[in-house]
Design a binder for this molecule. Structure first.
Ligand code: 89V
Length: 341
């Protein structure tokens, strides 16, 4: 089978894991890497045996014969790189969050629509094996109609150690992490009809908010969804970074996702437990296991849908709805108002 050739834009912290995740997939091969920092690009290329290195994405796209581009650079650079791909009608995968401003997100989706370019956001949360299984249980009606669900991502983990630029983000936890959890809430319950959000900054060493509580009505007003996010550095007895915890209440029972990848479903018949640890690929950093291994499933899905030329689950248009909630959360917090859609 011919392998699809792709290029990576961005040689920062996530690219090494993204490339390792691509390495688990047989029918794709990275042929070029581009970063404005030549040394970083060259180091990544040599580690993953990638033939070509560029500092200019336009030149790379002109010179290489590519089947798609994987943009793994910082959010500020996403729009121009997606534009470049769309001008060349090259399928493009772009890291989350789509962009730093709502207007840029809209422009990116619109430019790909106009040029009929396949465009997806690398939103990997919903590809975590436990979160996928929770969706399966809820969709199968294991606990009946869900009237309330709490999603927690509260950790003392020092995320800035590996990603120091996050300290500078004016908008931090909702944009960087909230987009994952909001996207998963949409994956479970569909679109929101309202959102209310409060934020605070506990750490004095960063610019943006590191703590947020969001309250949404979802599922056509049938389900209350509460999302708690914190990167405030609080010491926790059971810190399961980067696992999401969940508690869903349904008319026939309840479902809990606990640390240690445990899913517990309680109905009148009693409680059953499943433990679903992530796939243990040799390149996975154990501190990020559940996220790193989800990238294989996420990339496989993209590859399949690029080949089928069908929109991925998290294609640009779909992810725009996630980003709408991200920006609405900030607006709600700034105005101390519930935003109704
Ligand atoms: O995927 C991400 O957004 C990363 C995390 C550390 C949460 O895995 O920042």
């Amino acid at each position: 089978m011919t392998k699809l050739k792709f290029a990576v834009c961005g040689a920062g912290f996530w690219s090494q894991f993204q490339l390792a995740a691509w390495g688990e997939i047989n029918n794709a091969i990275c042929v070029a890497v581009c970063d404005s920092n030549l040394e970083k690009a060259a180091a990544l290329a040599s580690r993953f045996e990638i033939q070509k290195v560029y500092t200019d994405a336009t030149e790379m796209i002109r010179n290489e014969s590519l089947d798609f581009v994987d943009v793994i650079s910082s959010p500020a650079s996403h729009e121009s790189l997606v534009r470049l791909s769309s001008e060349n009608n090259l399928p493009v995968i772009c890291q989350k969050p789509m962009a730093e401003e709502w207007d840029a997100c809209e422009r990116m989706v619109e430019m790909c629509r106009k040029t009929n370019t396949w465009f997806a956001i690398h939103e990997n949360w919903r590809w975590q094996s436990t979160l996928r299984r929770v969706k399966q249980c809820l969709d199968a009606g294991d606990i009946g109609d869900v009237f309330r669900c709490r999603l927690d991502f509260v950790t003392g983990f020092d995320v800035f150690a590996n990603q120091p630029t996050l300290r500078e983000s004016e908008r931090f936890i909702i944009a960087d992490l909230g987009c994952h959890v909001i996207d998963y809430a949409r994956c479970l319950f569909g679109e929101a009809t309202s959102i209310y959000c409060r934020t605070s900054r506990v750490s004095t060493a960063i610019r943006g908010e590191d703590t947020a509580t969001l309250s949404l009505w979802m599922n056509e007003g049938q389900t209350m969804v509460d999302i708690n996010l914190a990167y405030a550095g609080t010491p926790l007895e059971d810190d399961c970074f980067p696992q999401t915890r969940l508690f869903a209440e349904g008319k026939l029972g309840s479902l809990e996702l606990l640390s240690g990848y445990r899913i517990r479903v309680t109905t009148q018949e009693g409680t059953r437990e499943e433990v679903l640890p992530p796939e243990n690929y040799r390149w996975v950093d154990p501190r990020y296991a559940v996220v790193h291994s989800s990238m294989v499933a996420c990339n496989s899905h993209f590859l399949e849908y690029i080949q089928l030329n069908r929109p991925a689950e998290t294609d640009g248009r779909d992810n725009l709805r996630t980003m709408k909630l991200v920006f609405a959360a900030y607006e709600s917090a700034a105005r101390n108002r519930c935003i109704v859609f």
